[in-house]
Design a protein. Structure first.
Length: 318
């Protein structure tokens, strides 16, 4: 897929009421635009942001670790992030807040070429293992390796370059590819992938993709952030209940994607999209406690302190 690095997409327009200025928000994605972000683009294309009186500028990161850092620093208002990354940041004292949910269960895998035939994670001992997001996937790899007996491995940051790193032999496996996306893009190139799912090999269940903001944004733009989440919730509803219409809206919003790949990835991803914006704080705390126990974080995290107010009602009817 063509990578949209630092591409600015104007999402939504001014409110319909004459003389009423829409409030601006900037969202940075975690990756180049793809069907993981479909509900956001549906909200764009169907005017859900407009109906909430907000104008959202979507940015793609130049580096896989940019989004959370820029949101916490107030350089962007919102970012797509990951529950483990957010807990790690909170443990380090960064002022991060959770605004909402996008993908409700793990998609991350430890992925490798199928013909390698690794029967279990421990077979990767002594190998070179790539990771996609510094400060997250390398840390998850450490915990996964400890739990599953992977020893004497070498970790290498491959960033966005998952497939070239694998096919060139630079690495033997990569921590971070999604079972719903990279497997599809590789299959389209005639490359068979296999993987170990984290939640089946000792990592607790978690929200794969979430929306986060910094405390300053939460304080100054709380209403706009809640409006954003109401609009995205409508996009999520469409993904679940009107999948073909949602997919067509996504294709219209992001016209340069490979539609065959995105359609196949959407069918795999759709069951994982969040059904509600209610964050399961008990599940989050379980992961935070696991992270402390296994060395992902150095300081305990009380996840209740990370939660931004839930979006209240809709500004306009569906």
């Amino acid at each position: 897929m063509k990578k949209y690095l630092m591409v600015l997409l104007i999402v939504g327009v001014m409110g319909n009421s004459p003389g009423v200025m829409a409030q601006d928000l900037t969202l940075m994605l975690d990756w180049f635009p793809n069907v993981d972000h479909l509900p956001v683009f549906v909200a764009q294309e169907k005017g859900y942001f407009d109906a909430e009186g907000i104008q959202v500028n979507i940015l793609s990161p130049s580096d896989t670790s940019d989004a959370l850092k820029l949101a916490v620093a107030g350089k962007v208002d919102l970012a797509v992030s990951y529950e483990p990354q957010t807990i790690i940041a909170a443990s380090e004292g960064l002022p991060v807040r959770v605004a909402g949910r996008l993908v409700a269960h793990p998609l991350t895998t430890l992925l490798f070429l199928k013909d390698k035939g690794y029967p279990s994670p421990s077979a990767l001992s002594g190998k070179t293992i790539g990771y996609t997001v510094p400060g997250l996937m390398d840390v998850l790899l450490q915990a996964f390796a400890k739990i599953n007996g992977i020893v004497d491995y070498t970790a290498v940051n491959v960033g966005f370059n998952i497939v070239p790193a694998l096919t060139s032999g630079q690495v033997d496996a990569v921590m971070g590819p999604f079972k719903t996306y990279e497997t599809v893009t590789m299959a389209a190139k005639g490359i068979e992938a296999a993987y170990f799912e984290l939640e089946r090999w000792g990592i607790p269940d978690y929200d794969e993709l979430i929306f986060i903001c910094g405390v300053e944004t939460r304080a100054k733009k709380s209403d706009a952030v809640q409006a954003f989440m109401r609009a995205v919730a409508r996009g999520l509803e469409d993904a679940h209940h009107k999948p073909e219409a949602a997919l067509q809206a996504y294709f219209k919003a992001v016209p340069d994607v490979d539609q065959a790949i995105e359609r196949a990835a959407f069918e795999r991803t759709r069951p994982y999209f969040a059904q509600t914006q209610v964050v399961d704080q008990e599940r989050w705390q379980t992961f935070a406690d696991f992270a402390l126990e296994h060395g992902l974080i150095d300081h305990p995290v009380n996840v209740a302190t990370l939660m931004a107010p839930r979006p209240q009602g809709r500004r306009t009817p569906v």
